[in-house]
Design a protein around this ligand. Structure first.
Ligand code: FEO
Length: 161
């Protein structure tokens, strides 16, 4: 049986993952409005992935005999000044999520909660990927620095996700 404290922390993480999903869906809506369909597609996929992360925690908590309690999710921001600003925010957001995951792992270590440690290792690797992909796109956007042709090529590339 999982500890009450870990149960609470995982419920908070479920909220954080659902907020991430909501934030990326809002970014998808922004890209749709800007006619950048490939960027929008990438964000929609990202939003789905975040919902998947929330469900991984949800299922884990159920499996450990914990009680899932969903909390209110804040409204995300709805507009940005450029794709570069968006991906800068994605990167900062993912770094924040990484520190939340690290905090959960430290809690699992302190509690000698071995199953939670194993479950969280997947998320630790996932965060490395999440940060790397945001960094890669941000780098490309900086190199392009607003070139319309470059943006079209990148939009097409992101549509492949
Ligand atoms: Fe679920 Fe992007 O972290």
């Amino acid at each position: 049986m999982i500890s009450k404290e870990m149960e609470k922390a995982i419920n908070e993480q479920i909220r954080a993952e659902l907020y991430s999903s909501y934030l990326y869906l809002s970014m998808a809506a922004h890209f749709e409005a800007d006619n950048l369909r490939g960027f929008a597609h990438w964000m929609r996929r990202q939003a789905e992935e975040e919902r998947g992360h929330a469900m991984k925690f949800f299922d884990y908590l159920v499996e450990r005999g914990g009680r899932v309690e969903l909390m209110a999710i804040d409204a995300p921001r709805t507009s940005w000044s450029s794709p570069e600003e968006i991906f800068q925010e994605v990167l900062e957001h993912e770094r924040k999520v990484t520190s939340l995951i690290n905090g959960l792992y430290e809690k699992a270590l302190a509690e000698k909660d071995y199953p939670s440690q194993i479950m969280l290792q997947w998320f630790i690797s996932e965060q490395v990927e999440e940060e790397a992909s945001a960094e890669e796109i941000l780098h490309k956007l900086r190199v392009l620095s607003g070139s319309p042709q470059g943006m079209l090529i990148l939009d097409r590339e992101l549509a492949q996700r």
